[in-house]
Design a protein around this ligand. Structure first.
Ligand SMILES: [Zn+2]
Length: 249
Protein backbone atom coordinates (compact mmCIF):
# COMPACT_ATOMS: atom_id res chain seq x y z
CA UNK A 1 0.00 0.00 0.00
CA UNK A 2 1.42 3.36 -1.06
CA UNK A 3 1.09 6.94 0.14
CA UNK A 4 0.35 9.98 -1.98
CA UNK A 5 3.26 11.44 -3.95
CA UNK A 6 1.42 14.77 -3.59
CA UNK A 7 2.43 14.91 0.08
CA UNK A 8 5.53 17.11 0.29
CA UNK A 9 5.82 16.94 4.06
CA UNK A 10 5.88 13.89 6.32
CA UNK A 11 5.67 13.75 10.10
CA UNK A 12 4.19 10.47 11.33
CA UNK A 13 1.98 10.62 14.40
CA UNK A 14 2.20 7.97 17.12
CA UNK A 15 -1.61 8.15 17.38
CA UNK A 16 -2.62 5.25 15.13
CA UNK A 17 -3.18 1.50 14.88
CA UNK A 18 -0.85 -0.38 12.56
CA UNK A 19 -1.96 -1.83 10.22
CA UNK A 20 -5.61 -0.92 9.62
CA UNK A 21 -7.96 -3.93 9.90
CA UNK A 22 -10.13 -3.20 6.86
CA UNK A 23 -9.55 -2.49 3.18
CA UNK A 24 -9.81 1.19 2.20
CA UNK A 25 -13.25 1.98 0.79
CA UNK A 26 -14.11 5.29 2.48
CA UNK A 27 -12.74 8.81 2.75
CA UNK A 28 -13.61 11.28 5.50
CA UNK A 29 -12.85 14.96 4.95
CA UNK A 30 -12.54 17.11 8.09
CA UNK A 31 -12.13 20.80 8.86
CA UNK A 32 -8.98 21.40 10.89
CA UNK A 33 -10.38 24.55 12.55
CA UNK A 34 -7.42 26.88 12.02
CA UNK A 35 -5.61 28.18 8.93
CA UNK A 36 -2.43 26.15 9.34
CA UNK A 37 0.16 24.83 6.90
CA UNK A 38 0.38 21.05 6.39
CA UNK A 39 3.58 21.06 8.46
CA UNK A 40 1.96 22.84 11.40
CA UNK A 41 -1.09 20.58 11.14
CA UNK A 42 1.06 17.45 11.33
CA UNK A 43 2.93 18.87 14.33
CA UNK A 44 -0.35 19.28 16.22
CA UNK A 45 -0.91 15.50 15.96
CA UNK A 46 2.61 14.65 17.21
CA UNK A 47 2.08 14.45 21.00
CA UNK A 48 0.67 11.11 22.16
CA UNK A 49 -1.40 13.09 24.66
CA UNK A 50 -3.34 14.59 21.74
CA UNK A 51 -4.87 11.12 21.13
CA UNK A 52 -5.84 12.16 17.63
CA UNK A 53 -4.42 12.06 14.12
CA UNK A 54 -5.40 11.80 10.46
CA UNK A 55 -3.85 10.29 7.35
CA UNK A 56 -3.30 13.64 5.59
CA UNK A 57 -3.33 17.32 6.47
CA UNK A 58 -3.95 19.95 3.79
CA UNK A 59 -2.65 23.45 4.59
CA UNK A 60 -4.31 26.78 3.72
CA UNK A 61 -1.49 27.23 1.18
CA UNK A 62 -2.40 23.95 -0.57
CA UNK A 63 0.51 22.04 1.01
CA UNK A 64 -0.15 18.37 1.74
CA UNK A 65 1.34 16.50 4.71
CA UNK A 66 1.38 12.80 5.54
CA UNK A 67 0.54 12.26 9.21
CA UNK A 68 -0.47 8.57 9.28
CA UNK A 69 0.46 6.21 6.42
CA UNK A 70 -2.43 4.87 4.36
CA UNK A 71 -1.72 1.30 5.54
CA UNK A 72 -2.47 2.43 9.11
CA UNK A 73 -5.64 3.48 10.90
CA UNK A 74 -5.71 7.11 12.00
CA UNK A 75 -7.63 8.33 15.05
CA UNK A 76 -9.84 10.87 13.39
CA UNK A 77 -13.60 10.33 13.10
CA UNK A 78 -14.53 9.16 16.64
CA UNK A 79 -15.28 5.75 15.11
CA UNK A 80 -12.89 2.83 15.03
CA UNK A 81 -14.97 1.09 12.36
CA UNK A 82 -14.89 4.14 10.09
CA UNK A 83 -11.24 5.00 10.67
CA UNK A 84 -10.19 1.42 9.91
CA UNK A 85 -11.63 1.65 6.39
CA UNK A 86 -11.29 5.36 5.68
CA UNK A 87 -8.53 7.65 4.50
CA UNK A 88 -8.97 10.69 6.73
CA UNK A 89 -8.03 14.19 5.60
CA UNK A 90 -7.89 17.32 7.77
CA UNK A 91 -8.22 20.51 5.73
CA UNK A 92 -7.12 23.85 7.15
CA UNK A 93 -10.19 26.01 7.69
CA UNK A 94 -11.39 29.17 9.41
CA UNK A 95 -12.01 28.69 13.11
CA UNK A 96 -15.70 29.61 13.01
CA UNK A 97 -18.84 28.69 11.11
CA UNK A 98 -19.00 27.93 8.17
CA UNK A 99 -15.33 26.86 8.57
CA UNK A 100 -14.38 28.11 5.10
CA UNK A 101 -11.42 26.66 3.25
CA UNK A 102 -9.06 28.57 0.91
CA UNK A 103 -9.16 28.08 -2.86
CA UNK A 104 -5.68 26.54 -2.75
CA UNK A 105 -6.63 24.07 -0.03
CA UNK A 106 -9.80 23.10 -1.91
CA UNK A 107 -7.83 22.55 -5.13
CA UNK A 108 -5.35 20.35 -3.25
CA UNK A 109 -8.22 18.40 -1.69
CA UNK A 110 -9.60 17.54 -5.15
CA UNK A 111 -6.12 16.53 -6.35
CA UNK A 112 -5.44 14.42 -3.26
CA UNK A 113 -8.82 12.65 -3.40
CA UNK A 114 -8.28 11.87 -7.09
CA UNK A 115 -4.83 10.47 -6.34
CA UNK A 116 -6.09 8.41 -3.37
CA UNK A 117 -8.87 6.91 -5.49
CA UNK A 118 -6.51 6.15 -8.38
CA UNK A 119 -3.87 4.43 -6.27
CA UNK A 120 -6.51 2.41 -4.42
CA UNK A 121 -8.19 1.21 -7.64
CA UNK A 122 -11.34 3.34 -7.29
CA UNK A 123 -13.18 4.74 -10.30
CA UNK A 124 -16.03 6.43 -8.43
CA UNK A 125 -16.25 8.66 -5.38
CA UNK A 126 -19.76 8.47 -3.90
CA UNK A 127 -21.59 10.95 -1.66
CA UNK A 128 -25.03 9.88 -0.45
CA UNK A 129 -25.71 12.83 1.83
CA UNK A 130 -27.46 10.38 4.15
CA UNK A 131 -25.84 8.66 7.10
CA UNK A 132 -27.89 5.43 7.13
CA UNK A 133 -27.60 4.97 3.39
CA UNK A 134 -23.85 5.62 3.34
CA UNK A 135 -23.00 3.42 6.33
CA UNK A 136 -25.11 0.46 5.16
CA UNK A 137 -23.84 0.67 1.59
CA UNK A 138 -21.50 -2.12 0.42
CA UNK A 139 -19.23 -0.44 -2.12
CA UNK A 140 -18.08 -2.35 -5.19
CA UNK A 141 -14.33 -2.86 -5.39
CA UNK A 142 -13.94 0.26 -7.56
CA UNK A 143 -16.08 2.55 -5.40
CA UNK A 144 -15.08 4.90 -2.59
CA UNK A 145 -17.72 6.23 -0.18
CA UNK A 146 -17.52 9.63 1.53
CA UNK A 147 -18.41 9.77 5.23
CA UNK A 148 -18.34 12.71 7.66
CA UNK A 149 -17.25 13.14 11.26
CA UNK A 150 -20.63 14.62 12.34
CA UNK A 151 -22.23 11.21 11.79
CA UNK A 152 -20.11 9.70 14.57
CA UNK A 153 -19.84 12.53 17.10
CA UNK A 154 -21.74 15.61 18.17
CA UNK A 155 -19.63 17.91 16.00
CA UNK A 156 -20.10 20.30 13.11
CA UNK A 157 -17.12 18.74 11.31
CA UNK A 158 -16.41 19.09 8.38
CA UNK A 159 -18.24 22.45 8.74
CA UNK A 160 -20.93 23.76 6.41
CA UNK A 161 -18.47 25.09 3.82
CA UNK A 162 -17.02 21.65 3.08
CA UNK A 163 -20.17 19.68 3.92
CA UNK A 164 -22.29 21.57 1.41
CA UNK A 165 -19.66 20.88 -1.28
CA UNK A 166 -19.49 17.11 -0.77
CA UNK A 167 -21.75 16.41 -3.78
CA UNK A 168 -19.62 18.69 -5.94
CA UNK A 169 -16.40 17.08 -4.67
CA UNK A 170 -17.66 13.56 -5.43
CA UNK A 171 -18.80 14.56 -8.92
CA UNK A 172 -15.56 16.38 -9.80
CA UNK A 173 -13.29 13.58 -8.57
CA UNK A 174 -15.37 10.92 -10.35
CA UNK A 175 -15.17 13.00 -13.55
CA UNK A 176 -11.39 13.21 -13.27
CA UNK A 177 -11.11 9.46 -12.62
CA UNK A 178 -13.18 8.72 -15.75
CA UNK A 179 -10.93 10.81 -17.97
CA UNK A 180 -8.07 8.38 -17.67
CA UNK A 181 -10.08 5.60 -19.23
CA UNK A 182 -9.24 7.06 -22.62
CA UNK A 183 -5.60 7.94 -22.26
CA UNK A 184 -5.49 10.19 -25.35
CA UNK A 185 -6.41 13.72 -26.28
CA UNK A 186 -9.17 14.26 -28.84
CA UNK A 187 -6.52 15.33 -31.38
CA UNK A 188 -4.45 12.19 -30.88
CA UNK A 189 -7.57 10.10 -31.18
CA UNK A 190 -8.59 11.61 -34.54
CA UNK A 191 -5.13 12.06 -36.06
CA UNK A 192 -3.88 9.77 -38.86
CA UNK A 193 -0.23 10.58 -38.10
CA UNK A 194 1.95 7.50 -37.83
CA UNK A 195 -0.84 5.05 -38.59
CA UNK A 196 0.49 4.00 -42.05
CA UNK A 197 -1.64 1.86 -44.35
CA UNK A 198 -2.64 -0.98 -42.05
CA UNK A 199 -6.25 -2.04 -42.36
CA UNK A 200 -7.52 -5.23 -40.69
CA UNK A 201 -7.56 -8.29 -42.97
CA UNK A 202 -11.34 -8.36 -43.17
CA UNK A 203 -11.40 -4.75 -44.38
CA UNK A 204 -8.68 -4.98 -47.06
CA UNK A 205 -10.98 -5.30 -50.08
CA UNK A 206 -12.93 -2.21 -49.04
CA UNK A 207 -9.90 -0.13 -48.15
CA UNK A 208 -8.15 -1.01 -51.44
CA UNK A 209 -11.26 -0.02 -53.39
CA UNK A 210 -11.51 3.30 -51.54
CA UNK A 211 -7.83 4.06 -52.12
CA UNK A 212 -8.00 3.16 -55.81
CA UNK A 213 -10.95 5.49 -56.40
CA UNK A 214 -9.68 8.27 -54.19
CA UNK A 215 -12.60 7.99 -51.77
CA UNK A 216 -10.20 7.87 -48.85
CA UNK A 217 -7.08 9.93 -49.48
CA UNK A 218 -5.30 9.69 -46.14
CA UNK A 219 -3.13 12.56 -44.98
CA UNK A 220 -0.95 12.61 -48.12
CA UNK A 221 1.99 11.06 -46.25
CA UNK A 222 0.88 7.44 -46.53
CA UNK A 223 -1.11 7.50 -43.31
CA UNK A 224 -4.70 6.36 -43.71
CA UNK A 225 -5.78 5.97 -40.08
CA UNK A 226 -7.87 2.94 -41.03
CA UNK A 227 -8.52 1.98 -37.41
CA UNK A 228 -9.09 5.52 -36.16
CA UNK A 229 -12.53 6.97 -35.44
CA UNK A 230 -13.91 9.42 -37.99
CA UNK A 231 -15.77 12.73 -37.64
CA UNK A 232 -19.12 13.55 -39.25
CA UNK A 233 -17.50 16.19 -41.48
CA UNK A 234 -15.06 13.61 -42.81
CA UNK A 235 -17.92 11.17 -43.42
CA UNK A 236 -19.72 13.88 -45.44
CA UNK A 237 -16.67 14.32 -47.70
CA UNK A 238 -16.34 10.56 -48.13
CA UNK A 239 -20.02 10.26 -49.15
CA UNK A 240 -19.64 13.09 -51.66
CA UNK A 241 -16.56 11.50 -53.24
CA UNK A 242 -18.17 8.06 -53.27
CA UNK A 243 -21.24 9.36 -55.15
CA UNK A 244 -19.07 11.24 -57.64
CA UNK A 245 -17.05 8.06 -58.26
CA UNK A 246 -20.29 6.06 -58.70
CA UNK A 247 -21.56 8.55 -61.33
CA UNK A 248 -18.38 8.11 -63.35
CA UNK A 249 -18.59 4.29 -63.26
ZN1 LIG B 1 -13.45 16.00 12.21
Amino acid sequence: MSNSPLATYKLISPNKNSPRNHAIDRVSVHCFVGQVTAKRGCEVFQPASKEASCNYVIGYDGSIGLCVEEKDRSWCTSSSANDNRAITIEVASDDKDPYSVTEKAYASLLDLLTDICERNGKKKLLWFGDKDKALSYSPRSDEMVMTVHRWFANKACPGEWLYSRHGQIAAEVTKRLGKDELDMTKEELLSCAGTGDNPSDWAKEGTEFCKEHGIFAGDGNGNYGWRQPITREAVACVIQRAIEVAKEM
